[in-house]
Design a protein around this ligand. Structure first.
Ligand code: PXP
Length: 244
């Protein structure tokens, strides 16, 4: 069964549109937990465009399921994670001009900078995950620098225009899972997963966690957060591949 991490960043995005105090991402996290979220995910970006330092502290206080902090390897953010002690840190690439994280971390290229961050945070008891594309060499490099998990970028599947492109993307994810498991890594997935496209990607055997933001927050505008999360949980239990 694939567990569900609900990414609540977009609740903070709405708040920041007016720089006021509502809606509160911490309230969203409470509602998501009541809807059955297995994990609350947030991204404390260097530019603080949505989630801010107060939100991170509030989430740490009120989240009693797994707390997953997405982050870059900037010194300031690493220091915050080291004090905050989320359950898991997912290291992601971060560019100022992007709308959202647009692809995976290049673990091979930046291994010298990533490895010390991984060991510093692991020493604090945090689980370290790398957000990467399903490229075997990146997966193997992630295991080598000390990550315990990888989150495979599901964007090439989510953005595929044709069935043929979709099949290629699903095949790459499936191979990625195999390579990850062989390297001793837990394998997660995320980016662009929606109520409409979750079935095919959940049916691949071997994912243990999905992190989903935009689609759940969008639906929550109309149904409320609890129901939106419950609906996604139902889809995951319907479509998660049976474990052997
Ligand atoms: N996983 C990671 C590492 C991300 O950066 C994001 C986007 O913030 C997500 C999952 C969620 O993506 P989406 O909002 O497309 O569901």
């Amino acid at each position: 069964m694939i567990t569900l991490g609900v990414n609540i960043d977009h609740v903070a995005t709405v708040r920041q549109a007016r720089r006021t105090d509502e809606p509160d991402p911490a309230w969203a996290a409470v509602e998501a937990q009541l809807g059955g979220a297995d994990c609350i995910t947030f991204h404390l970006r260097e530019d603080r465009r949505h989630v801010n330092d107060r939100d991170a502290r509030a989430l740490k206080e009120i989240v009693n399921v797994k707390l997953n902090m997405e982050m870059s390897i900037a010194d300031e953010i690493v220091a915050i994670a080291s004090d905050l002690l989320p359950t898991q840190c997912t290291l992601v690439p971060e560019k100022r001009e992007e709308l959202t994280t647009e692809g995976g971390l290049d673990v091979i290229r930046h291994a010298d900078r990533i490895a010390p961050v991984v060991s510093r945070l692991r020493e604090r008891g945090i689980v370290l995950s790398a957000f990467i594309e399903p490229i075997p060499k990146q997966i193997e490099a992630s295991a080598k620098v000390g990550f315990q998990a990888i989150e495979l970028w599901t964007g090439s599947y989510a953005h595929a225009k044709t069935d043929a492109e979709k099949m290629v993307a699903l095949g790459e994810l499936s191979t990625g899972i195999e390579v990850g498991h062989r390297a001793g890594l837990e394998v997660h997935g995320g980016h662009g997963i929606t109520y409409r496209n979750v079935a095919d990607v959940a049916e691949i055997e071997g994912f243990s966690e999905f992190n989903i933001g935009h689609s759940i927050i969008s639906r929550a505008m109309f149904t409320g957060m609890r129901e939106a999360v419950q609906e996604m949980k139902d889809l995951l239990s319907l479509h998660s591949a049976e474990e052997m």
